[in-house]
Design a protein around this ligand. Structure first.
Ligand code: FPP
Length: 252
């Protein structure tokens, strides 16, 4: 963990970066390798990005590792991804812990093998008091799943008579989402050249700055991450205000 990133003022940095790590399959294909080789190479880019976030003092990094829709992939690729997830947890948890990283997995984990669910629980418990970086892995996650489970929980409150439907507010919905206790992503990055959200953090990305990189995920290196941060630093975030209002009172 010895990277020394290009200087950017802390105030210009995002607190929370969310990434769709796309392009592993194409990276492998370009090298006449099987797709799993691309996913394995992708783990290296995950490690480098985590290091960058720690070095720059970014508070939260959320990575889309496996979507609710990825079960549609060939069975062999799904089981490779599960195995890789498991092996990465086994190999990396201690190192993450030693570097002060808190790990959290969001998504419907009931679909995972019991042994994987147990490993996730152990890793979360071990790292729960760490503060250098909050690393969130979205696995069997979908923005629609997240909103659906929040709606279901609010409906249960209404059924139990603890809540009136007319009293439901946006912040109540928010408080039942998987990332309720964390700041919303400031910067969203998608590698691999596609420009879409693909059912990632649908609610939380409402005001997030979007950055699309043509690089395939295993090639997404320090320079590319720096480039995304520099692009973010140059954006004016308005949250519904006018540009003039923001310039007059940047804390609007
Ligand atoms: C998308 O590339 C990538 C995935 C569905 C899996 C991402 C997984 C990793 C980077 C490795 C494991 C990560 C962790 C956090 C343990 P794709 O296969 O859709 O690529 P393609 O569009 O080129 O086919």
């Amino acid at each position: 963990m010895s990277s020394s990133p290009a200087p950017l003022k802390p105030a210009d940095l995002p607190r929370h970066v969310a990434i769709i790590m796309d392009g592993n399959g194409r990276w492998a294909k370009q090298r006449f390798l099987p797709r799993p080789a691309g996913h394995r190479a992708g783990v290296g880019a995950v490690q480098k990005t985590v290091e960058q976030c720690i070095a720059r003092g970014i508070e939260v990094l959320t990575l889309f590792a496996f979507s609710s829709e990825n079960w549609r992939r060939p069975a062999q690729e799904v089981s490779l991804l599960m195995e890789l997830f498991m092996l990465t947890l086994e190999h990396e948890t201690k190192k993450l812990h030693n570097n002060g990283v808190r790990l959290r997995v969001i998504g419907d984990r009931k679909a995972f093998a019991p042994v994987l669910q147990e490993k996730i629980k152990e890793a979360e418990a071990l790292t729960r008091n760490n503060t250098a970086l909050h690393l969130v892995i979205a696995a069997n996650y979908g923005g629609r799943w997240d909103l659906t489970q929040a709606a279901r929980r609010l409906a249960e409150e209404v059924e139990a008579g603890r809540l009136q439907s007319q009293d439901i507010t946006a912040s109540m919905i928010e408080s039942h989402l998987a990332l309720a206790d964390l700041p919303e992503p400031d910067l969203f990055i998608r590698t691999g050249g596609e420009q879409r959200i693909s059912n990632f953090l649908l609610w939380q990305l409402a005001y997030t700055e979007l950055h699309f990189s043509p690089l395939l995920w295993p090639d997404f290196d320090e320079a590319a991450f720096s480039g995304a941060l520099t692009s973010f630093a140059g954006r004016q975030r308005r949250f519904g205000y006018t540009g003039d209002q923001i310039e007059r009172n940047p804390a609007s």
